[in-house]
Write a protein that binds this ligand. Structure first.
Ligand SMILES: Nc1ncnc2c1ncn2[C@@H]1O[C@H](COP(=O)(O)OP(=O)(O)OP(=O)(O)O)[C@@H](O)[C@H]1O
Ligand SMILES: [Mg+2]
Length: 323
């Protein structure tokens, strides 16, 4: 879903605890609560949202979060909806990310929680032992064998947007507890059933060349662009005995070699990706009447399109490479 107007959060509700600042993570942010009857069709009524500003060094960064959401939609990978927003009282501009669970009903556990449980002396600061092998074990334990399709769809998504920051706190599991009927409770001797699934893939703004300043866009040769893309890596490492971050493009070759079924799924996701739709979405975002200094510039939108188009090509080539 895409918005027609930027959203002013100045009169949105305040969170009982985190209305001033949310303590976690690198970028300034706070929780806001939507009105019971929101004007915009994209907003869920009376619902919690994270209003997240850009890193002050990169004022346009919040756009990458929004564009990443749109790319998630086009790839059919679940990402919490994110919209362009501002606060007309404070002048702040940022992304508004829909809370992906109902507090008190579902629970969210970041993957880090289990990495710290299973790996002694885990370096939380750098996430230096955040690795695919342990991730696969945890995912199998909690979700089952089919986890691999969803997990690698995320890896594809991160590769398409060039996300370098999917650390162990930036993905995780949603736990849903639902009461069993009396007969089921009696038979299973459990009052509740537990269901685990991946949380939608959130925190996607460290991507899409967010760190590149606008005056540089025109100087990029194709060669330089390819260098930038192929140097990019996921945060995650291969394995505990191979603590080397896996390259974005390299990861696609890796999974294609190891799992033909996942390879097939990723190829399908790429084939279904409508690039023309991404172009139209970016046109719309460029047109959004955000406060004047905070608009998405045509130059940045064009650069994101060029970068993404080349990434898609390189990913497809690598998925198709045969040894
Ligand atoms: N839409 C959402 N729904 C539920 N929880 C969220 C949502 N967005 C953020 N959070 C929670 O808030 C935390 C901080 O948000 P987020 O990861 O987006 O911020 P950040 O400052 O960019 O962090 P980082 O240091 O990883 O870059 C997340 O780890 C997650 O627990
Ligand atoms: Mg985060």
């Amino acid at each position: 879903m895409i918005q027609w107007n930027p959203i002013d959060v100045c009169d949105w509700g305040r969170h009982f605890e985190f209305s001033e600042a949310y303590p976690e993570g690198a970028r300034p942010k706070r929780i806001v609560i939507s009105p019971a009857q929101p004007v915009q069709h994209v907003i869920k009524p009376d619902w919690q949202y994270m209003f997240k500003l850009s890193d002050p060094r990169y004022p346009e960064q919040f756009w990458c979060e929004l564009i990443a959401y749109q790319i998630g939609l086009l790839l059919n990978v679940p990402v919490p909806p994110a919209h362009a927003a501002y606060d007309s009282l404070t002048g702040e501009c940022g992304s508004l990310s829909e809370w992906f669970y109902e507090p008190g009903v579902d629970m969210f556990y970041a993957a880090g929680y289990f990495f710290y449980r299973d790996i002694r002396n885990f370096d939380k600061e750098k996430g230096a032992q955040h690795n695919l092998q342990t991730a696969m074990q945890l995912n199998k334990e909690f979700i089952g064998d089919n986890q691999i399709f969803d997990f690698w769809s995320m890896m594809l998504f991160d590769c398409v947007i060039g996300n370098t920051d999917r650390h162990q706190e930036n993905w995780g599991y949603l736990v849903n507890l639902s009461p069993n009927s009396k007969s089921v409770a009696r038979r299973k001797k459990e009052n509740f059933s537990i269901r685990l699934q991946f949380a939608p893939w959130f925190d996607n703004g460290t991507s899409l060349g967010y760190q590149l300043l606008p005056h540089k866009f025109n100087n990029w040769t194709d060669h330089r662009l390819d260098g930038f893309i192929t140097k990019g890596t996921h945060h995650i490492r291969f394995a505990l005995d191979r603590l080397e971050q896996i390259g974005h493009v390299e990861s696609m070759r890796f999974i294609a070699e190891h799992n033909p079924k996942v390879r097939q799924l990723l190829i399908k996701r790429l084939k279904d990706f409508e690039f023309g739709q991404l172009e139209r979405v970016l046109d719309r975002l460029v047109e959004l009447p955000m406060p004047i200094d905070a608009r998405l510039t045509r130059d940045r939108a064009d650069f994101v399109l060029r970068l993404t188009s080349r990434r898609l090509q390189l990913i497809m080539e690598n998925l198709n490479e045969r040894n």
